[in-house]
Design a protein around this ligand. Structure first.
Ligand code: AHR
Length: 654
């Protein structure tokens, strides 16, 4: 029997393979490679309102009238109640040094309930019995009560209210907190948050408000935490890798407006907000600590990208000025994983996290080959990456430093480092990824990947598909399986961008789409979920060729399971592919669970958020190996499958 090297025979799209004969695959019991266990994950950055108005659970839009270089303060999303006059003011006593603009609310009649309401991020989900936690800061003389409520935008029906005794003062900002538990479900998400006060209690004065906030119960009950239904859809993907905080968001629009982690820490009144790179002001509510807590909650290993002096407009930090950014990255790493008595570790401890977080991967910048090219890329290779690599290697020799470009971007990456490779492609192109890393010697992260364009399309300059589609998901599966075959060199693969608010987005292809009250799992979601649900701790060598059946085999030393993962892409005449599969040293008659995903008749079929129909069919069966220890099964064209023997009582020949 010939055991082909993992590197052999992968790659080309062969449409002419005869499929009458079963693909005969023998899996050796030894001779593969240990994996790092971080094969599947995603990139999160605030694009598509996937942070503010998305994963970050805050319901109030424009809660603090934040200002940045790219965006002036506005009253966007705010409306007056009962003819109150709303205006923005920069008071001589602002709420904080960074929240300098507030909303003045003046009654025009000096009597009756007046106030304001907020649109939320295109509506608000209101559910009976859930405790919504709110707060606001107010300055001004008022004796009386504030009334907070969640109401229908259509009928004005009130679903829940809270009455809050004023403690406000004319000369000081005072925070007021409240809980609001609706007694009724709202029939739709077309709802609003309303805050009013009795104008007569404020005499002739107006009141100033800032940082008006309302959270539903969050994922795992974290304060300032994540939206539960979105977080659960992410958790159910079994992710083990989390690349943060971007993407382009890390780089910022200019060298003055990059994502500065220090401005995302601590109380919300100390967070200035961020001049977002995707066309909207960001709150900084979803900050470094919130990201790390989320990674902890989902058991994900973080790939922390640090700013490296290149911004999207092509601003490049000269060598003489770069050390400040290197030092800043070292501070950031110390904040994440330094001891609680170190300078930045103690800041983390003060914020409630004395225990260091785990941090094994630090990426330098994002796509340095792109912005400011060719100078940006040249300066990255000449001095920016070497300066970061050297400093981080010295201080943290166990950290894997990753270049934001790959070996395929024309960079002979230094030995101590890894690369980051991004692929947004057509399904056919993703199939060619299968063997891309077979001969790679440098470890690589697949930091961003997704099927985005149709086959035979116009490539990157053509429009993206409106939603992930079935043959695109199969293309992703083939590349993911190829990456997993090389799991000793592939740090992991992260889908990007991961989620999209259907009310305002900049990038259409995302694994999950959502509105204020819905979450849609795309075709890609089902494929990634299945592949990630059966992690390999070790790959194993196999016999046989690839195409149109692309596969990886291995085992999981924790479950004891032998695992086979496969995808069929463009079989001859669309026929099923018969498979004969055996694992060396597994006894005849063993059983395994075979899970097969198939899609709609139309390979361009989607899971539409407008219909909620899931076009992905999941078929689970328990199959038994024959007397020679061979599993026999057939996989349909355009399918993804996993066979896992990790059920209890599996007889073994060892
Ligand atoms: O994932 C969307 C964007 O694509 C990322 O921000 C950027 O890194 C890439 O170009």
């Amino acid at each position: 029997m010939v055991y082909l090297k993992l590197s052999a025979l992968a790659g080309t799209l062969a449409y002419a393979v005869s499929l009458c004969i079963a693909v005969d695959i023998s899996v050796s019991s030894t001779g593969g490679n240990a994996t790092n266990g971080h094969q599947y994950g995603f990139l999160h950055e605030d694009i598509n309102n996937s942070g503010d108005g998305g994963l970050y659970a805050e319901l109030i839009r424009n809660r603090a009238f934040q200002i940045s270089e790219g965006f002036p303060a506005t009253l966007d999303a705010w409306h007056s109640v009962n003819d109150a006059k709303l205006s923005l003011r920069n008071l001589s006593t602002p709420l904080s040094d960074v929240l300098v603009t507030s909303m003045n609310v003046a009654s025009t009649t000096k009597q009756g309930e007046v106030g304001f309401q907020n649109d939320g991020y295109w509506g608000m989900d209101v559910k009976a019995g859930k405790k919504y936690s709110g707060s606001f800061w107010v300055k001004g003389a008022y004796s009386g009560r504030f009334v907070a409520s969640l109401q229908s935008n259509i009928t004005g029906e009130v679903f829940g209210t809270a009455s809050i005794q004023s403690r406000s003062r004319p000369d000081q900002w005072i925070e007021h907190g409240f809980d609001l538990t609706p007694s009724k479900d709202a029939p739709s998400s077309n709802n609003t948050f309303v805050l009013t006060f009795d104008a007569s209690g404020a005499g002739n004065s107006s009141l100033d408000f800032n940082l008006i906030s309302l959270f539903p119960p969050t994922y795992k009950g974290r304060k300032n935490g994540m939206r539960s239904d979105i977080a659960e859809a992410l958790e159910q993907l079994h992710p083990t890798l989390f690349r943060i905080p971007g993407g382009n968001m890390l780089e910022g629009l200019t060298n003055r407006t990059w994502w500065d982690w220090k401005k995302t820490l601590g109380p919300l009144r100390n967070r200035p907000g961020f001049s977002g790179v995707w066309g909207y002001q960001q709150t900084n509510g979803l900050g470094l600590v919130e990201y790390l807590e989320f990674a902890e909650d989902l058991g994900m290993e973080v790939v922390l990208a640090v700013y490296d002096g290149l911004s999207l407009n092509g601003d490049i930090t000269p060598q003489a000025e770069l050390q400040a950014f290197v030092d800043d990255a070292l501070d950031q790493i110390e904040f994440v994983r330094g001891p609680a008595d170190s300078k930045w570790g103690s800041v983390r401890a003060e914020l409630g996290h004395p225990e260091p977080w785990s941090l094994q991967y630090v990426e330098i910048g994002n796509e340095d080959w792109l912005a400011g090219a060719p100078e940006g890329w040249e300066t990255f290779k000449n001095y920016r990456f070497p300066m970061f690599l050297d400093a981080i290697n010295k201080a943290y020799p166990d950290i894997q430093v990753i270049s934001s470009g790959s070996s395929f971007d024309g960079y002979n990456i230094p030995k101590a480092a890894g690369g980051d490779y991004h692929v947004y492609a057509e399904p056919d192109e993703l199939v060619l990824e299968f063997s891309k890393f077979d001969n790679a010697t440098t470890p690589h992260l697949i930091g961003e990947m997704a099927a985005v364009h149709p086959n035979g399309g116009t490539g990157w300059d053509g429009p993206q598909q409106p939603f992930p589609w079935w043959i695109g998901a199969i293309g992703e599966a083939v590349s993911l399986i190829g990456y997993e075959r090389n799991a000793d060199r592939i740090i992991g693969a992260s889908y990007a961008p991961i989620i999209r608010n259907m009310n305002r987005w900049q990038w259409p292809i995302t694994m999950i789409q959502f509105t204020a009250d819905s979450v849609t799992r795309s075709t890609s979601w089902y494929v990634w979920e299945l592949l990630a649900a059966h992690p390999l701790t070790e790959t194993l060598p196999t016999t046989s060729d690839f195409s149109p059946l692309y596969y990886v085999a291995g085992k999981n030393n924790r479950t004891g399971g032998n695992i086979f993962k496969a995808a069929v892409y463009n079989s001859t005449d669309g026929d099923d592919v018969p498979v004969k599969l055996s694992f060396e040293k597994l006894a005849p008659g063993i059983t395994g669970e075979l899970i097969i995903l198939t899609g709609p008749a139309d390979p361009y079929g989607i899971n539409s958020p407008y219909t909620g129909v899931n076009v992905v069919k999941t078929n689970k069966t328990t199959i038994r190996a024959d007397n020679n220890g061979i599993f026999h099964f057939a996989l349909p064209n355009l399918s993804v499958a996993v066979l896992d023997t990790s059920a209890p009582n599996i007889p073994s020949m060892e």
